[in-house]
Write a protein that binds this ligand. Structure first.
Ligand SMILES: C[S@@+](CC[C@H](N)C(=O)[O-])C[C@H]1O[C@@H](n2cnc3c(N)ncnc32)[C@H](O)[C@@H]1O
Length: 261
């Protein structure tokens, strides 16, 4: 079955999802790990709606430069709008496996929740290594969707829903194989930190609650699920929330590395 399309409808979901507390917290953690400095040239591969680009512009200042690349023109339109009026940012349509950039032309690159959608992710890692200068930093952030623990009174349906959601991307458990792939791409000083996001209440600021509409939209037609199955699951989650019984956890991984030199 087809993966999630990064079209206008997904763009609307992501615009909302990336403004919630958990997403803001994730960006803070990633930006701290990337440690951008004033005047640096930063590459954001799979920039999506451009939240990182807008925030990194503040960090690199007027002398720095941000380049955002994405395979989706709808995402690039959102990113361009988000960074409107800024001169030192450029966006371009590109695939992560073939970057339209000069060798060693960036001080650092980030690629947040993108490689899990890219079939040939080892090639994308080689491109990230090529794009940064010797000594430059690379940050890759991905999720292991098998770490999701999600309460339901119907565990069988919950399991079917999560298996359907696994079809929305190419590699549902990418972090497990990222470190050796980064090493093979030529990167060193590889370091991973796991970050778990938890929700124990119906809080729209959490990934748990905010992911429900996205999953309910995607699931019908995947893993044998119907629209009614997805709607009943979403309704059950809301009821659990109303009763104070909502529970969700999910672990994401921040990998940092360096191009030797
Ligand atoms: C989950 S979003 C993450 C967006 C952004 N990195 C963030 O964290 O705010 C994934 C993004 O990766 C992009 N993407 C997926 N496959 C890609 C590929 N092969 N090359 C470039 N971008 C890709 C999508 O269009 C989408 O914008």
């Amino acid at each position: 079955m087809s993966q999630l399309a990064f079209d206008e409808s997904t763009g609307k979901h992501l615009e909302a999802l990336y403004q919630i507390g958990d997403a803001v917290c994730r960006r803070e953690i990633a930006r701290t790990a990337l440690a951008a400095r004033r005047g640096e040239r930063i590459l954001d591969v799979g920039c999506g709606p451009g939240f990182f680009c807008a925030e990194l512009l503040e960090e690199v200042g007027e002398d720095g430069r941000i380049t955002g690349l994405d395979a989706s023109r709808q995402m690039l339109a959102l990113a361009t709008r988000r960074c409107a009026g800024q001169e030192n940012v450029a966006f371009q349509k590109a695939d992560a496996t073939s970057l339209p950039v000069e060798d060693a032309s960036f001080d650092a690159a980030l690629c947040v929740q993108v490689l899990e959608y890219v079939s040939d992710y080892p090639k994308a890692l080689v491109e990230l290594h090529r794009a940064v200068r010797p000594g430059g930093r690379v940050l890759v952030w991905d999720s292991d969707w098998a770490t999701v623990s999600w309460h339901s009174a119907d565990p069988y349906r919950m399991q079917r829903l999560l298996a359907a959601w696994d079809e929305h991307l190419a590699h549902p458990s990418l972090p497990r194989t990222l470190a050796p792939a980064m090493r093979s791409a030529g990167l060193d000083r590889i370091h991973a930190i796991a970050h778990t996001f938890a929700a124990t209440a119906w809080d729209p600021d959490t990934f748990g609650v905010s992911l429900i509409p996205l999953i309910a939209d995607f699931a019908p037609g995947h893993n044998g699920l119907s629209k009614a199955d997805a709607e009943e699951w979403a309704a059950e989650q809301r009821k659990l929330g109303e009763r104070g019984e909502f529970f969700f956890t999910y672990t994401q991984f921040c990998f940092t590395a360096r191009r030797p030199g």
